[in-house]
Design a protein around this ligand. Structure first.
Ligand SMILES: Cc1cc2nc3c(=O)[nH]c(=O)nc-3n(C[C@H](O)[C@H](O)[C@H](O)COP(=O)(O)OP(=O)(O)OC[C@H]3O[C@@H](n4cnc5c(N)ncnc54)[C@H](O)[C@@H]3O)c2cc1C
Length: 539
């Protein structure tokens, strides 16, 4: 009998999110992390709307917001000649409070939660502190995976803690959430495909207490400085007292100089750290083998423009988690775990592509830079005008991609019912609500002002909409026979029915739609068989 059900390697945001969901589902996990503390570097700073919906479902969205940027802080994006200049372009982006008010005022099938700015060095310790309260999760920092083997029944891992002899952990499954240089992926012999080592950049973290209050162009999140060839990019961190600078500097010391020049105001600052990072656009050729899987940066590496790194990894975690739990509970069929790669690898590839488009957009406006950009001449004005016009369109490929963040649909999945037709465009940068099988269930407000998402339990839910009297007993019996958890939820009112466009909707534990219709088909038991992963691939 394995001593742990799932061994999770890596306590970055993806491993921690996976542990949190598995722990809440009662799965016994060991989470090992080779570092002795959580990350100290800034790295990611924005949980997108889909990640925040996931965190809401995990019951931690408000904790994440409390730890992050204040809810009333604007998220605006600027292009300017310096932090002291008037903006060349100002792209307003709502604060969390404004975005929440918008969400509350509309019932149009959009997102339930807006984004949240929270620095990775704040998010990781928060997630860790929550995971450590779960009785089924054993969290071990300072413990490194060295190697593993697997057979038909289990995985045996050799782990190493400083000053202790190597130790063996046996698990039913192993998930490598161990980042871009993943030991797990390498041991499985899985290659990364795409473009690696595109460009090296430096990221520096500054403490600068007065800057936030003193920026003449206004408070925001991203400040792009129109100064080639380095194009300093200054990002607000969650405390409003910390800032990061990204630039292609040739030394650490140069980063402080670039920051000072970009400020162009007499403001004190302290440079806390500098690190070098490399841009990649890569996706693993496979997402696992046998009882071992990879998730997060171990499976895909994007350029963070567009924020599709950690956020894509959180999507992986939440897809894999319920499938592992279902398999361990005994009701999940063999196709459940197979579907992890079938569902998430296309999203990894798609998000690599979207990240490339976002980066190309950024390079597009930068290409219009000319040395005369600051000149008070017609030529200087023309350069500024061209850069600004390009920024105004191209930068939106970074900030306005809600469809990429939340509109993904599992198209070729063995556990999603095939509906005739092609379905809506799954790669649309704009989010268009749809209940097409494979899509995330759009959010709707119910007549008592509660959110339908909040009414859905940890298993499957069959939604009965618009007062339908359709007989659903055969489907219910099929789930019962397989001991798979199914709840029935009658949703009165016309609005949810209009948004979902069907009387009946079967929703999975991760809130993706499996099947929809106005009545059950003749072969209704097959819906349950497909949903729970029991349909053989050739059937
Ligand atoms: C400058 C920058 C800005 C970014 N901005 C964003 C953003 O705004 N939005 C976004 O979504 N993403 C962003 N990202 C990407 C984001 O930081 C990563 O996608 C995210 O950290 C991936 O999380 P992860 O848990 O998969 O991997 P990681 O965060 O890399 O965590 C992996 C963990 O595994 C541990 N580990 C590795 N090997 C072993 C082993 N053998 N044994 C035990 N432990 C091991 C590591 O120590 C590490 O803690 C940014 C990245 C950078 C560099």
């Amino acid at each position: 009998m394995p001593e742990t059900q799932v061994l999770i390697v890596g306590a970055g945001p993806v491993g921690l999110t996976l542990a949190l969901d598995l722990g809440r589902r009662g799965v016994r996990c060991t989470l090992i992390e080779r570092n002795t503390t959580s990350i100290q570097l800034p790295k990611m700073e924005r949980c997108n709307a889909r990640t925040m919906e996931i965190y809401r479902r995990l019951g931690i969205a408000e904790q994440v917001r409390d730890a992050g940027l204040p809810r009333d802080a604007p998220m605006d994006v600027f292009l300017a000649l310096s932090m002291a200049s008037p903006p060349l372009v100002h792209l307003p982006c709502p604060s969390v409070a404004e975005a929440k008010a918008e969400i509350a005022a509309h019932n149009d099938g959009g997102l339930l939660e807006p984004y949240q700015l929270i620095s990775q060095y704040t998010l990781e310790p928060l997630l860790r502190s929550i995971v450590e309260t779960l009785p089924t999760i054993n969290v071990r920092f300072g413990c490194e995976l060295v190697e593993f083997t697997q057979d038909a029944a289990s995985v045996t891992a050799v782990v190493r803690a400083a000053g202790a002899p190597d130790e063996t952990i046996r698990a039913s499954y192993l998930v490598g959430c161990d980042g871009g240089s993943s030991t797990v992926r390498k041991q499985l012999g899985i290659r990364l495909q795409g473009e690696g080592n595109i460009r090296k950049l430096r990221q520096a973290l500054f403490r600068c207490d007065d800057l936030y209050e003193k920026i003449p162009m206004g408070k925001g999140r991203h400040y792009h400085i129109a100064e080639g060839p380095l194009f300093p990019f200054i990002i607000l961190q969650d405390s409003t007292r910390h800032w990061t600078l990204h630039a292609g500097a040739s030394s650490d010391a140069e980063m402080a100089e670039i920051f000072k020049k970009s400020l162009a105001m007499p403001i004190d600052f302290e440079m806390i750290s500098v690190n070098e990072w490399t841009q990649h656009l890569l996706c693993a050729e496979r997402y696992g083998e046998g009882r071992v899987f990879v998730a997060g940066d171990a499976a895909h590496l994007v350029i963070p423009t567009g924020g599709l790194g950690m956020n894509t990894g959180v999507g992986d975690a939440i897809d894999l988690s319920w499938k592992l739990a279902a398999t361990l509970e005994g009701w999940g069929g063999p196709q459940l775990l197979t579907s992890y790669e079938a569902e998430r690898r296309p999203i990894g590839l798609r998000n690599v592509k979207a990240s490339r488009a976002a980066m190309t957009g950024r390079l597009g406006w930068r290409a219009a830079y000319h040395l005369n950009v600051k000149d008070n001449t017609p030529q200087g004005a023309a350069t500024r005008a061209e850069m600004s016009a390009l920024f105004d369109t191209q930068q939106r490929k970074v900030t306005e991609i809600l469809g990429i963040e939340a509109g993904y649909r599992y198209v070729e999945s063995p556990i999603i019912w095939r509906e005739p037709g092609d379905g809506p465009e799954p790669d649309n940068p704009s989010y268009v609500p749809t209940s097409w099988p494979g899509a995330r269930l759009p959010h709707v407000w119910l007549s008592d002002a509660s959110a339908l998402h909040d009414r859905l339990g940890p298993g499957y839910t069959l939604l009965r909409l618009g007062g339908t009297h359709a007989d659903t007993s055969t489907l219910e019996q099929s789930f019962r026979k397989m001991h798979a958890p199914l709840e029935i939820l009658d949703v009165p009112g016309q609005r949810p029915r209009e948004i979902y466009q069907s009387d009946l909707l079967l929703v999975r534990p991760d809130l993706h739609v499996v099947w929809r219709g106005n009545k059950l088909p003749q072969d209704a038991p097959k819906i349950a068989i497909v949903a729970t992963g029991h349909l053989p691939p050739s059937a």
